[in-house]
Design a protein around this ligand. Structure first.
Ligand code: ADP
Ligand code: ADP
Ligand code: ZN
Length: 214
């Protein structure tokens, strides 16, 4: 099963994608996580990507597309995957479709996690991330057992640089301009599903399971 998560930054794509991955036994592929790992490791890709990410802008398509194609070509992707944060532009979606079509495959569904901009701002301010294992928390909605420490691996949590309020507003603008058109793109392709992302996390996941099937 091949699933795409759509939605604004902070809508809960990552939170839900991790749960989907665990329930259905497919890898969770987050282009944001892969890029942050490259920035942390100071790779060539990381150096190029960092300036864009810090400004709340998208990393250029050609860099991200190659990186994603590499990842979905790996062995653990044979039975499908859940994509979180890709595609984010129409050219990325077209490249993905073209690559899959070549292999006689296609995406099964694109799930849009719908959350209005007002809710996003509060969510991002409270988001805490573990750069070591990729876990995500929220100071109010999903707190850790010990403040500032990852429940999963014990590392210190960070407030992402791009989660500061000024940058969040910019990322929302980028989302509306470049990423939101994908909703129409997948609707036209007949694979769009929508869930109300303002509900609490467990309810959002229930709605997603009803869409995918038990
Ligand atoms: P969020 O989960 O908050 O939406 P991500 O972790 O997915 O944020 O992405 C963080 C940043 O990484 C983005 O603001 C962008 O700079 C870059 N990025 C991630 N995925 C892509 C992509 N598919 N295309 C271009 N840039 C991307
Ligand atoms: P995205 O991957 O779309 O950027 P995340 O999954 O990282 O979003 O969620 C953004 C923040 O909001 C995190 O701090 C997360 O814990 C929190 N969050 C996610 N889903 C919900 C929800 N349904 N209700 C309240 N907070 C949520
Ligand atoms: Zn961790």
């Amino acid at each position: 099963m091949k699933i795409i998560m759509l939605g604004a930054p902070g809508a809960g794509k990552g939170t839900q994608a991790k749960r989907i991955a665990a329930k259905y036994g497919i890898p969770h592929i987050s282009t944001g996580d892969i890029l942050r790992a490259n920035v942390k490791g100071d790779t060539e890709l990381g150096k190029k990507a960092k300036t864009f990410m810090d400004q709340g802008l998208l990393v250029p398509d050609e860099l991200v597309i190659d990186m994603l194609m590499d990842r979905i070509g790996q062995d653990d992707c044979k039975n499908g995957y859940v994509l979180d944060g890709f595609p984010r532009t129409i050219p990325q979606a077209e490249s993905l479709d073209a690559a899959l079509a070549k292999a006689g495959e296609k995406m099964d569904m694109a799930i849009d996690v719908d959350v209005p901009d007002e809710n996003i701002i509060t969510r991002m301010g409270g988001r805490r991330a573990c750069v070591n294992c990729g876990a995500t928390y929220h100071v109010v909605f999903n707190p850790t057992k010990t403040e500032g420490i990852c429940d999963a691996c014990g590392e210190k949590l960070i407030l992402r640089d791009d989660d500061k309020p000024e940058t969040v507003q910019k990322r929302l603008n980028v989302y509306h301009e470049q990423t939101q058109p994908l909703i129409a793109y997948y609707s036209k392709a007949g694979i769009l599903k929508s869930v109300d992302g303002t509900m609490e996390m467990d309810r959002v996941f229930d709605a997603i399971v009803r869409i995918i099937g038990e």
